[in-house]
Design a protein around this ligand. Structure first.
Ligand SMILES: [Zn+2]
Length: 177
């Protein structure tokens, strides 16, 4: 015997319609006007199989793109941006691959919160960090700390040129025999 009555089911359905978003970390449900879990800071995703209507706002569209397998684990820093606009651009790139992200003000820069200026750290869940790294690498937005300084690039270029010269010399010496 089920203890559920038709009235209970109707209540569940109404609840689901009111709070179709779920935190991938703590599984708390939220209404559509929330973007992030206040407890975990995780971007909310649509709970599956609730018959949610097509997304009607940009926020819902973003939530729909997020892949759940990229929304697990602790937040890790994958990139830095010089300002809010650049940070949001990077967030857009990551979202295209289904990786959710949040922005944090980089430490050491005390700019009032309402200002768009000031560098931001882009944080993604640990399970999305590898994909985020590939996305950033492809768009030449890898973390500055990982990019090689110009002098190293010049040295590598010279080394490559030398290797080509050595190879050609070796090929010539082979054909001379
Ligand atoms: Zn949560």
């Amino acid at each position: 015997m089920s203890s559920k009555t038709p009235a209970d089911d109707a209540t569940d359905a109404r609840h689901a319609a009111r709070e179709p978003l779920v935190c991938p970390s703590c599984a708390t449900t939220y209404p559509l006007d929330e973007r992030f879990c206040p407890r975990c800071g995780m971007p909310l995703v649509y709970a599956g199989g609730l018959g949610v209507e097509e997304p009607v706002t940009a926020t819902h569209e973003r939530a729909r793109k997020i892949k759940k397998q990229y929304a697990e684990g602790d937040l890790v820093r994958v990139a830095g941006a010089r300002n809010l606009a650049e940070a949001e651009f990077i967030q857009g790139l990551l979202l295209e691959e289904g990786v959710p992200s949040i922005l944090r003000r980089s430490r050491g820069f005390d700019v009032p919160d309402f200002l768009a200026a000031g560098p931001r750290d882009i944080m993604v869940p640990a399970s999305g960090a590898a994909t985020a790294g590939e996305v950033l690498l492809q768009s030449d937005l890898a973390p500055p700390a990982m990019a090689s300084p110009p002098m190293v690039r010049v040295a590598l270029g010279l080394l490559a040129a030398f290797a080509v010269v050595a190879l050609v010399a070796w090929l010539i010496s082979l054909s001379a025999h």
